[in-house]
Write a protein that binds this ligand. Sequence first.
Ligand code: IMP
Length: 432
Amino acid sequence: MVSLVISGGQWGDEGKAKITDLLSEEADYIVRYQGGANAGHTVSCPQGLFKFHLIPSGILFPGKTCIIGPGTVIEPQFLLKEINGLRELKIDLNGLKISPLAHVTMPWHTVLDKATDTVGSTGRGIGPTYTDKAKRVGIQVQDLLSESELRSKLEKVLPKQNQVLIQMHELEPFDLEEVLKQYLSYGVELKPFIDDTLNLLYDARKAGKNILYEGAQGTLLDITFGTYPFVTSSNPVSGGACIGAGVGPSSVDYSLGIFKAFCTRVGDGPFPSEIHFEDENAVKLRQDGKQWAEFGTTTGRMRRVGWFDTVLARYAVRVNSFTGIALTKIDTLDQFDEIFICVGYRHKVTGEIIQNLPHANASLLEQCEPILQSFPGWKANTHEVQSWDELPSGAKKYIDLLSSLLEVPVVIVSTGPDRAHSIIRKQLFVQV
Ligand code: IMP
């Protein structure tokens, strides 16, 4: 029996979906603990290429219980599209469970997100939905099952939202009766999946099941620990699994951090080791024109790219108490004569050398310039390699260097998009 949390160590898009998919085979329960349809998870597996936004990708394995947890926010229309897409592909959805406590992204949340965005959001209504949750005026999944409950909440919240839409943004108001009818119909469609996920998880742990908690986004987008204010509105860090799923810290055995072998970021905000998007190294890292090029799964935006940043990675290790690391996309570096690693920051004003950040707020990172260390490229193939011994010695040295700078073992190396393209150096679902 092992409970394992997977969280992103950078700005999201580290390849969490691939690692989650890889580990899901041995998990009995897979739980998404925060975020909403802002996430985009692409999984390549024997059945084909799948893009997930809300449903844990573990659903591709028959017999698994896949939970969309209490800490998530759900846009029902979006979720139903995902459910129906999987149904059409004859994927078994019996194991899908949705927490009644998750909050619902209402149509005005999406409209307001687009009208008020200042950080390059995905436009999926995430910020406004979590705002209403914190303001204690949010609508929860369970409210979609009761006409009287939903009506009374809408009567409280909708007139105020309409006032904001009309007076502050010159946008169209929403009609209460129409919204009520529409969202009750979503409730009817989602009802078979809504379940008591808290007791399901408690019983699963008691019965000795393997549980995998799956975070979306990444540490540097965490609302508390990320590059604030250029962050999302939830807690992607490993601790977020406890509050987002409804379990205590004693229920988690292993914290796996996912890092890409370089860095990427979508949206605005500081990125100390960033390479100008037109630089030839940026073009190579982005792999323009290739199937797995660095373009957002959710928004299609071109990702910003840069070298591996050990200062931010060490910070992520501390914030998440990572026990092990999965390093992805190592094969992208095969083509370089020279690779760079950011090994420290120099404060632009004081000249101070920074190795360990007190926090990652945008105001501090904007004052930092990266200290880059050159590393010789290995110029040999790692793509689709499946064992440590077959890796070129330069690639092994790069991985070992990152591991020693972060003081955490690299337990999985991903060398390509498919499940098989993985080097597993430690079996994680064995008792720790
Ligand atoms: P929001 O989560 O849509 O509010 O967006 C806030 C910030 O997080 C923006 O910079 C987004 O680009 C970024 N973001 C949100 N979700 C993801 C993700 O799944 N991967 C990468 N960046 C994300």
